[in-house]
Design a protein around this ligand. Structure first.
Ligand code: NAD
Length: 486
């Protein structure tokens, strides 16, 4: 088991960890803090204060005031502060990785190898981009000399889910701060630790008071204030489609833009001419990564009939080798799921799926008594009318169907309202392009699933979001508005 660093021990020893408002650590006016549990052993890690509506209002007012100063920073000055922040995140990358492993339950080596460095890279990517990007366009139309400039919105409110707290937070605040906005961040109730740790680093980096605020708390309290407050000029929400629709409505009522990154139910189409070893390995990895709690991952495996048996044998072999341990153990490949509620929900889906006629071909349909919230990789097979084909389960569970023709496969992929990410597995480049274009989603990956890089836009359509996406130059523009001067 990895030993906690002294900084992590000191951070967790605060009782409770306060909110970060206007550059200060502030206990909530609520006499209430929530316990943060370690899903690997059900121990309480620490307590975190829960913000009241007034606390959030304080944060918003501070961010609104700080905007007057932050917007006057030149891109170079903003980039300098943000790069210092990224350097400090890198210095404390082991602390951030440990907090992710403890709080979410994820494998520490995944946090060290992906969540933390990829998050830090985001801050650097957008800090570089603001130096290169032209935010002003000259317009000469019918004798009028004009220009359009892109300017920051002001205060941007962020609401995040629990599965990739650190990376998603960086994906959001990186472009927003680089573009000159100030931010109020509400992390998920159950995994706020790494986000709160960022507050310490923001303070040390010299991000001016009020530019960066963190308000842990309930969605129905802190989250509602963020989506309805008139001083929040843009809302960025990552989370479930159900809550996303509610937030979209709130923002619509208050006429503020909402960037919505929502749920998914990714399809992976494996053709008979695919490299089956590679597909079996890649898709096994897709449901064990973060214990399957990944919005864009492949959870519907749509396999051409004549390679179904071979694929199933190979993917089972891969999954049976998965090392399931507490996330803090060096050898862990897959940790527990995030909490009891999530464990119960996943098992409930598996049982309902079986009741509706699916065959359980690997894994379990029962909660096994264990010191943590573990679920083994689970495979179900059946037809596309099953609840486990249609609904997001958000655990290490895949549902397998078969197909005869390309049209049949595409129909299956596109039969749901979700549209976040799908993949096609084939050795024919032409077929890969054709199918990639036909699958309805923001991302169509070829012979791989879960492909991310800065510069490659990532986002969903239909029930998975309103298409703005993250990680690219468009994201930077999404956090600005146009101002035409003529
Ligand atoms: P959730 O929708 O339940 O909660 C997300 C956040 O919304 C939390 O911080 C929660 O407190 C807050 N919230 C809840 N009710 C609210 C309200 N009325 N007003 C304002 N805020 C409110 O999602 P979750 O269970 O935390 O996360 C899992 C979901 O997130 C899955 O559906 C997953 O697919 C999705 N997700 C999407 C992406 C993406 O990039 N598209 C990334 C990660 C996760």
């Amino acid at each position: 088991m990895n030993r906690l660093t002294d900084k992590v021990k000191a951070f967790l020893a605060q009782d409770p960890i306060p909110a970060f408002i206007n550059g200060n650590w502030k206990e909530s006016e609520f006499d209430y803090a929530s316990e943060i549990e370690n899903p690997a052993n059900k121990d309480v890690l620490t307590k975190v204060c829960q913000c009241s509506a007034n606390d959030v209002e304080d944060a918003i007012n501070a961010a609104d005031k700080a905007f007057l100063q932050w917007k006057l920073y030149t891109p170079m000055q903003r980039a300098e502060v943000l790069k210092k922040f990224a350097d400090l995140c890198e210095r404390d990358s082991e602390e951030l990785a440990q907090l992710e492993a403890l709080d979410v339950g994820k494998a520490i080596n995944n946090a060290r190898g992906f969540d933390v460095p990829f998050g830090i890279e985001c801050i650097r990517y957008f800090s570089d981009l603001i130096l290169k990007k032209d935010f002003e366009q000259q317009l000469e139309i019918e004798g009028i000399n004009g220009k359009q400039v892109r300017i920051p919105y002001g205060v941007v409110g962020f609401i995040f889910p629990w599965n990739f707290p650190l990376t998603l937070c960086m994906w959001g605040i990186g472009p927003a701060l680089a573009a000159g906005n100030t931010v109020v961040i509400k992390p998920a109730e159950i995994t706020p630790l790494s986000t709160l740790y960022l507050g310490k680093l923001a303070q040390e980096a010299g991000i001016p008071e009020g530019v960066f605020n963190i308000v842990p708390g309930k969605g129905s309290v802190a989250g509602e204030v963020i989506t309805t407050h008139p001083k929040i000029k843009c809302v960025s929400f990552t989370g479930s489609s159900a809550v996303g629709k509610h937030i979209g409505q709130n923002c619509g009522m208050h006429l503020k833009p909402a960037k919505l990154e929502l749920g998914g139910k990714g399809g992976a189409v494996v053709f008979e001419d695919a490299d089956i070893d590679h597909a079996a390995e890649g898709l096994a990895g897709a449901i064990t990564l973060n214990t399957g709690q990944v919005c864009c991952t492949a959870t519907r495996w749509i396999i051409q009939e004549n390679v179904l048996e071979e694929f199933v044998e190979k993917v089972k072999e891969n999954l049976q080798k998965t090392v399931i341990k507490p996330g803090m153990m060096e050898e862990c490949e897959m940790g527990p799921v995030v909490c009891k509620k999530q464990q119960d929900s996943i098992i409930d889906y598996i049982q309902k799926g079986i009741k509706e006629g699916a065959e359980l071909i690997l894994g379990s349909d029962k909660v096994t008594e264990n010191e943590g919230y573990y679920i083994p990789p689970t495979l179900l097979m059946g037809d596309q009318n099953n609840i486990c084909f249609k609904e997001e389960i958000f655990g290490p569970v895949a549902y397998i169907t078969s197909f005869k023709t390309e049209e049949d496969a595409i129909q299956q992929v596109n039969s749901l309202d979700y549209g976040l990410a799908n993949s096609v597995w084939t050795q024919s480049a032409e077929k890969a392009q054709r199918v990639a274009m036909e699958m309805v989603s923001g991302n169509s990956w070829v012979n791989a699933h879960n492909v991310f890089a800065y510069g490659l836009p990532y986002g969903g359509v239909n029930g998975s979001g309103n298409g703005g996406g993250v990680n690219s130059i468009e994201t930077l523009f999404d956090y600005t508005r146009g101002l035409t001067i003529a």
